[in-house]
Design a protein around this ligand. Structure first.
Ligand code: AMP
Ligand code: MG
Length: 416
């Protein structure tokens, strides 16, 4: 077999090219705020009000005028009661308002004293007599008051277009009164697996599998990954390792989809027909990347659709999806910034065999604050991705000694 001599493209170069191809999709929709988790804002959201709307109490206690409490132990007459959801009247000199968390500060008051720092002096059930309260601390102006607009000031942009919405963002949008949100349309993705050896779970019992057959695992995690990114998935199932069948599937998938995503069949063997099919029907812009696992990665176009071919080996497929397809799909949806957060952590393992390619090792954080390595780093061993909670991004040619600091990317970051 012929050896490859041309240098492979680096991951950074491939990612930059891929991102340049990922032009954000046109079209947005209004969604109920309840349903917008994970979607991307199509417009800036500007607040038409202050949040909170008025100065309000952050404690259950008494609102008062600091000038009326010259010393610890001063007494005030409680002339009003302001539960949350109501509003009070001006606080006259020498008086205090019983107040509860979230209730507006009445005019004239400039501090709240929490009830734990007060002593009630007369029974409240005698309607004729106002309750008296003794203030056991010296109040400071502004204490226990949440200021109007301290969360959001009227007229400001609270969330920018291109923001991917998560639960906190939904809450913030609701706090400025929005029950509907403008979000970008999500990508329509056609998915298929290639490989004559593949069998769908549920169609053949494990003990009846023919020699050479394996269950299709990629289809399951790829569909789940696509769904997490909000994509609409058309699943074309398993396509046989034949040129004609591959072209046929590719042609069908190119209609009405933004992306055709395939797994397997994109390597250099005679049974790999995906690359040739894309070249025949459209164009191939990227092929093979200097990473391990994941070298046989391809990008191109078929008709109006983008094409991404992932390697067949499950770990290669999984890792290249996280490193390349995820940012691609987020950019299609208009997300502004997508660089994953990495952390420098000590390796509690050795990696004596440096590789010419940049490697992504499956590791797990341990309680001592370091990283353990999964023993089998083969690209076919999906257990490594389950056992691990992230990847070590190891530069080309880099050996790792016990205790060396390495770059860790958590799966949590890449699966969000
Ligand atoms: P390929 O890229 O088609 O040469 O496949 C590389 C390796 O990945 C082979 O051992 C395949 O059997 C395996 N493989 C390909 N597709 C899948 C799949 N969908 N699920 C599990 N393993 C697969
Ligand atoms: Mg194959």
């Amino acid at each position: 077999m012929k050896r490859e001599h041309a240098p492979l493209k680096s991951l950074d170069q491939a990612l930059a090219e891929l991102m340049a191809f990922a032009v954000p999709l046109k079209g947005s929709v209004q969604l109920d705020t309840f349903d917008a988790d994970g979607r991307v804002l199509a417009q800036d959201l500007v607040s038409e009000l202050h949040v909170p709307p008025q100065d309000n109490s952050s404690m259950d206690g008494y609102a008062l005028r600091c000038v009326d409490v010259a010393s610890v132990g001063g007494r005030l007459t409680v002339t009003q009661r302001i539960p949350a959801g109501t509003s009070g009247v001006p606080v006259e000199p020498g008086s205090a308002a019983r107040i509860f968390t979230g209730a507006p500060i009445p005019p004239g008051a400039d501090a709240v004293v929490m009830q734990e720092d007060c002593e009630v002096l007369s029974a409240p059930h005698d309607a004729a007599v106002h309750e008296q309260v003794r203030i056991l601390v010296l109040p400071q102006p502004g204490q226990w008051i949440r200021r109007a607009g301290e969360d959001v000031a009227r007229g400001t942009v609270v969330l920018h277009r291109g923001t991917r919405l998560s639960p906190a963002e939904l809450g913030l949008a609701a706090s400025i009164g929005l029950d509907q949100l403008p979000v970008l349309r999500t990508p329509r993705v056609a998915l298929f697996s290639t490989g004559d050896e593949l069998v769908m779970p549920g169609t053949i019992l494990p003990q009846q599998m023919k020699a050479g057959a394996i269950y299709n695992s990629n289809r399951y995690f790829l569909r789940a990954l696509l769904k997490r990114l909000g994509c609409e998935v058309s699943d074309y199932g398993i396509v046989p390792d034949q040129r004609e069948a591959t072209e046929q599937a590719m042609r069908a998938a190119s209609l009405g989809h933004d992306l055709i995503l395939t797994s397997g069949g994109v390597s250099v063997g005679e049974e790999d027909h995906v690359k040739a099919a894309v070249q025949a029907l459209g164009e191939l812009n990227l092929w093979q990347i200097a990473i391990k696992p994941g070298k046989p990665f391809a990008y191109g176009r078929v008709g109006q659709a983008h094409f991404i071919g992932l390697p067949g080996n499950p770990v290669s497929s999984f890792v290249t999806f996280l490193l390349l397809v995820r940012p691609f799909l987020l950019k299609l949806q208009g997300v502004g910034s997508i660089v994953p957060f990495t952390q420098s952590l000590p390796a509690h393992f050795k990696w004596p065999r440096a590789d010419r390619r940049r490697e992504f090792l499956r590791v797990r954080r341990n309680e001592a604050g370091g990283l353990d390595l999964f023993a089998n780093q083969s690209s076919g061993v999906l257990t490594s991705a389950v056992w691990g909670d992230g990847l070590v991004d190891n530069p080309p040619g880099q050996r790792i000694a016990h205790g060396d600091c390495v770059e860790f990317i958590s799966f949590a970051e890449l699966l969000a």
